[in-house]
Design a protein around this ligand. Structure first.
Ligand code: ADP
Ligand code: MG
Length: 208
């Protein structure tokens, strides 16, 4: 993948988030304050507006998007998604081309950043429950010899499954944790948005 592909990803993710903003906010209304979809919509719009030209390396595309998301997305998820993108961008460095191995390293760096900042583990009913299985599935696909598109598709599928698996969990981090046992039986909105954003990456990688 090159810079333009990563810019396409941010643009496509912004479109999917905009289309699903009401659904994501409704999920957040069930166990939070009902702002998640519209928070992210604002952040991703800002990210699209902040994208550098295609002569910037792919890492810089993600860093610029991450900065915009931190500054424009409210709530807990803004700093978490912003950190994820900036860490991924830093992991890519100044290389002009992103191969399957480099993208896997970036995905892992994003997960590490989210966990350092938010201190959530798997099972806490957060975006980590989508992102961690995605990073693992990516690595497994890579080890099996899949190409970049195959690895990203495996990651996106694992994120979707991981998000569904948050339904029976009790939230232990973020606003939903205030509900205690009443958080059980609901899909975590941040896990749902992570699955959506990774499905956007799989769509873009599949076109290449
Ligand atoms: P807020 O809860 O501040 O209103 P959002 O509604 O935008 O923020 O985002 C809520 C989502 O953020 C949750 O569904 C969860 O996935 C994620 N989240 C919250 N706290 C954490 C955390 N400590 N670590 C990882 N993800 C978190
Ligand atoms: Mg919220």
């Amino acid at each position: 993948m090159r810079s333009a592909d990563l810019a396409d990803w941010i643009g496509h993710a912004a479109d999917l988030v905009a289309a699903d903003a009401d659904r994501l906010s409704r999920l957040d209304a069930d166990i939070g304050d009902g702002d998640h979809g519209h928070n992210l919509d604002r952040g991703f719009r800002a990210a699209v507006g902040a994208l550098p030209g295609d002569d910037a390396p792919p890492g810089k595309v993600l860093i610029a998007a991450g900065r915009a998301i931190v500054s424009k997305t409210g709530g807990a998820s803004g700093p978490l998604y912003g950190t994820a993108l900036r860490r991924a961008g830093k992991a890519l460095g100044d290389a002009a081309d992103v191969d399957a191995a480099a993208l896997g390293t970036a995905l892992r760096a994003a997960l590490d950043g989210v966990q350092e900042l938010g201190k959530a583990e798997r099972g806490d009913k957060t975006m980590v429950d989508a992102l961690a299985p995605a990073a693992d599935a990516y690595d497994a696909a890579l080890a099996d010899g899949s190409d970049l598109a195959g690895c990203v598709r495996a990651a996106a599928d694992a994120a979707a499954k991981g998000a569904e698996e948050t339904v029976p969990m009790q939230a232990r981090k973020g606003r939903a944790s205030y509900l205690g046992a009443r958080s059980v039986g609901h899909l975590d909105p941040g896990a749902a948005s992570t699955a959506l954003i990774l499905s956007a990456l799989a769509d873009v990688a599949g076109e290449g």
